[in-house]
Write a new protein. Structure first.
Length: 221
């Protein structure tokens, strides 16, 4: 299930804006098709143009997402739960929420997520390691003065600090029942598929878009 609403504000029409020769959503649909994991590839959208492009890329758009799930505050879990209901899925069906702006996702990542789900994970999602130890984070005030958030970590060697991870913003596997129950994604039983940081760009701003295009071009070469 690929959520793709039409009202992106920071990057207008982000989900279908051209990215290296095809609409952005086309890369996610292509990865899903290439994986061979899915019986159906469904796009949840409120937007007629997105629906048309999604179908041309090989996805289904069997319903229109309601307005209350297509605004700036709509969270991922309710959107997927709505799709589960609309598609009348059995509760034990594995459902992958794959973001429309995930051009770096690979079929092997999706397959590993499904493997973790079948091994007992509540959710299986893409994660990557922070590039710098978060224990050494700084606080900066309005005048530009900086202090450590945790001064006790100042003298600890980087290699002795616990690695920290963050959501890569690409995909989330769970059973239909888990989505339906609105189970928190980062709760007990969640597992991560580790991705290298060079394949992770959370595309939220114009700067993110430029960086993603440059990185994508380099990786394709």
């Amino acid at each position: 299930m690929i959520p793709a609403r039409g009202g992106s504000k920071r990057i207008p029409r982000k989900n279908i804006r051209e990215f290296h020769g095809r609409p952005m959503i086309g890369w996610s649909i292509a990865a899903a098709r290439e994986s061979g994991l899915f019986d159906r590839i469904v796009v949840s959208t409120d937007d007629a143009e997105i629906a048309q492009i999604a179908r041309s890329e090989g996805a289904e758009v069997p319903f229109t997402r309601p307005e209350d799930l297509a605004n700036d505050h709509a969270a991922t879990v309710p959107v997927v739960a709505h799709a589960v209901s609309e598609l009348d899925l059995a509760q034990d069906v594995p459902v992958c929420c794959l973001y429309a702006t995930a051009p770096f996702v690979q079929a092997s990542d999706l397959a590993e997520g499904l493997r973790l789900l079948r091994a007992g994970a509540s959710y299986a999602m893409a994660v990557t390691e922070f590039a710098y130890p978060i224990q050494r984070a700084l606080r900066r005030d309005a005048d530009g003065a900086v202090v450590m958030m945790d001064e006790a970590q100042m003298q600890v060697r980087s290699q002795d600090l616990e690695p920290a991870w963050h959501d890569a913003g690409q995909f989330y596997w769970a059973l239909a029942a888990t989505w339906d129950a609105a189970t928190p994604v980062f709760g007990v039983g969640a597992h991560g598929v580790a991705l290298p940081s060079y394949r992770v760009v959370d595309i939220d701003t114009p700067d993110d878009w430029v960086r993603a295009e440059a990185l994508f071009q380099v990786l394709r070469k």
